[in-house]
Each structure stands twice: as C-alpha cells, then as structure tokens.
Design a binder for this molecule. Sequence first.
Ligand code: FAD
Ligand code: UDP
Length: 375
Amino acid sequence: MAAEGFDYLIVGAGFAGSVLAERLAAGLDKRVLIIDRRPHIGGNAYDHYNDDGLLIHRYGPHIFHTNARRIVDYLSQFTEWRHYEHRVLAKVDDKLVPIPINLTTLNQLYDLDLTPEQAEAFLAARAETLDEIKTSEDVVISQVGRELYEKFFRGYTRKQWGLDPSQLDKSVTSRVPTRTNTDDRYFLDEFQIMPLHGYTRMFENMLNHPNIKIMLNADYREIRDEVHFKHLIFTGPIDEYFDYRFGKLPYRSLAFRHTTEDTPQFQEVGVVNYPDQEVPYTRITEYKHLTGQQHAKTALTYEYPQAEGDPYYPVPRPENAELYRKYQALADASPDVTFVGRLATYRYYNMDQVIGQALATYHRLAEAEANALPL
Ligand code: FAD
Ligand code: UDP
C-alpha cells in the first residue's frame, strides 16, 4: 500500500471525514487514509467514559435529530438507537421554565393561566412590527417583544457569540422557535435518537474497513509531504488551509468544564440554559438524560464561550459570509482538494446536515470517478 499510496487523504475524522472515508472505501473500493490532529476519531461528536465510568461528550452535548430517513438508514448500518426527546429549561427570574418559549413558559413566568389563544394574543400584543427581519434581534422581538427577548435571548447570545444579537444573522436565533401550545421538546424532527452505545462506537464501526487506515495526533501540515495520495478531502477550517491569505475567518470557541456529582440526578432535564449575563457559562448538560445510563453518580458539562481556542462555531454575519466567499473562490479553483463539513464550508450545520453534505459530495465524487472526470 505505502509504495502505491492512497487514493484519498481525508483530513479530519469527524462526521464529514468519516462518512466520506466509509463511502469511498466500502462504496468505491478506494484506499483511504483518514487523519486527525486530535488523539481520537469522531470530531466534535466524540464521546467517552470518564474516570467514574459515566459516558460524556468531550465537546459538549450532541443530540441527534433529523427529518431525513435516508440519513437515519445510513447511520443505522453502524449503530442501534435509543429514543431521546431533548427538553431544555432556562433559568429566568429565578424560575426554571421551558425554552423554546411556550404556553407553560408564559404561564409560569407571569403567574398566568392563559389558553393557547390567549397566549397568542399575549405575544401579539408585545411583538414589534418590523419592515424587514435581518438580524437575530429582529427575529425574536418580532415574535415575542423586547421583554422576553431580553430575558431569554440577549444575555445568552452576547455570552455565546461575544456579539449583540443585532450583529448576528437572523439564522442564529431562528434556530429556536416560539410556541403557544405546551409542546416542550427542543426539536420537532421526526427522528430524535441517540446512538445506543455512543457516538464513538458508531464512528469505530464506520471506519472499520480494510481499505481505511487511521492516523491520529497527525496534523495535515506534518504529514502532507510524507504520504502519497491522489485526491485530498479537507474538513478543517478553510482559512487555515489557505494560510489565512485573506485574514482569519472568525470561529467562536468554548471552554468545557466537566464535573462528576455524587448524586444520581442533578437537574430535571438534559440541558439547563442560563441566559443571565452575570452567569459566566451558557448552559449545563447532564448526560444521563441523553444516554439513559444508570449510575449512582452523574456527569455534567458547563460551557464557557470564548474567542480563542478550538474552532467550534462559524459566526453567521454578513462580513464573515463575504470573507468566506473569497476562500470559497480559492477552493473552487483548487481541483485537487474537496472541502466538506462545518469548518471547511463555514456553515452552522447540525450533524445531520453535515452527513447530508458528505453523502452528496460522495455521489459527486463517485460520478466523476465513473466518468473519469476531474474530481
Ligand atoms: P468536526 O467534528 O469539527 O471535525 C473536524 C475534524 O478535523 C476535527 O476532529 C479536527 O481535529 C480535524 N482537523 C481540523 N484541521 C485539521 C488538520 N489541519 N489536520 C488534522 N486534523 C484536522 N449538532 C447536532 O446535530 N446536534 C447537537 O446537539 C449539536 N451540538 C453541538 C454542540 C457543540 C458545543 C458544538 C460545537 C457543535 C454541536 N453540533 C451539534 C454540531 C456538530 O458538532 C457538527 O455538525 C459536526 O460535528 C461537524 O462535523 P465535521 O466533520 O464537519 O467537523
Ligand atoms: N439562544 C438564546 N437563548 C437560549 C437558547 C438559544 O439566546 O436559551 C440563541 C443563542 O444565540 C444560540 C442560538 O439561539 O446561540 C441557537 O441556539 P441552539 O440551542 O441551537 O445552539 P447550539 O446548540 O448550536 O449551541
């Protein structure tokens, strides 16, 4: 193998890289080398058992949800599932109330007994009419008005992004809807499931193929001159690949504080959000709700947003989209490299969207291979 080299070098063993490695190896019989600079596969979805034997997500809570049956069918080759519907509470005015804002939220927060129709009127009376909805502030105040915006969104968003919601694209807070019924699920997708034995086990099964070699603790720069390959698939930050030629693309980072508490249950639901700007973290996750694990203790993660550190979130705002387009033009002019994934295409994608993007990329590559066209 070494003498002939690999058909594909894939940089990054997260969802984007691992789905492509699996498809190219199993679907097209290609020889693939997949590398990651971290000491593990799975990218940001990596999970592992901590010192107390509790399954935790190293890079914060990852909840799988999708409406795409074909993506569930694809992953089901590598894992069994457990059903899990995610619920989140927010600590507001010293109360723990459901987020997305729903009928229960309004009734608990304001000591009311509204019906769904009355809740609709309540919100309509507070919502501001705007000519155009452009920013993440506009989205919320046009649905629920300024007071609820300030209670639930302004502080959280300022912490999470280091920016005011008025400086962020509307797509950010649009992820969180408003409801006037009592449905308190965070997501409404048809499929809400977690890999039964964890994400890492699923990734191990995906990459367990004789055509796939895995190299960890290996940065692309360290090994690019050492290995022979025909085509490169890059799933890391696109600005880094091009040596920041046009300047750095902003990615928001997080510090995670993982703890174990000597109690079977810490909080009522999987995630509690803390929109208060005086609280330094944005949310606390308790994994047992997500994993269903039985254990005398319980594991938590606190998330502290920060500017420096591993890139986790592309920052959706017009000037960043413009800078990304410059890098995208370079990418389009680089036929030897294919860019896939959340960091490489600078998109605030959920896992299922990254898998969809990787599967679409695979079909494009397969077609080009079949017709002997440039990849
Ligand atoms: P990544 O998982 O980031 O993988 C890229 C990999 O490339 C990394 O492992 C990195 O080490 C490696 N790499 C980069 N550059 C190099 C290099 N030069 N050399 C070698 N290796 C390199 N999605 C959901 O659907 N549900 C959720 O609940 C959810 N929660 C999230 C919570 C947090 C805190 C975060 C940050 C994200 C969350 N996501 C969630 C999004 C999810 O993590 C991503 O959609 C998905 O993991 C992206 O996969 P990827 O392969 O594109 O990138
Ligand atoms: N958000 C907020 N308050 C909340 C929950 C979310 O202001 O209680 C805003 C915030 O800007 C956040 C965005 O909505 O970044 C998207 O929330 P989501 O829970 O989807 O974030 P993720 O899980 O991707 O970090």
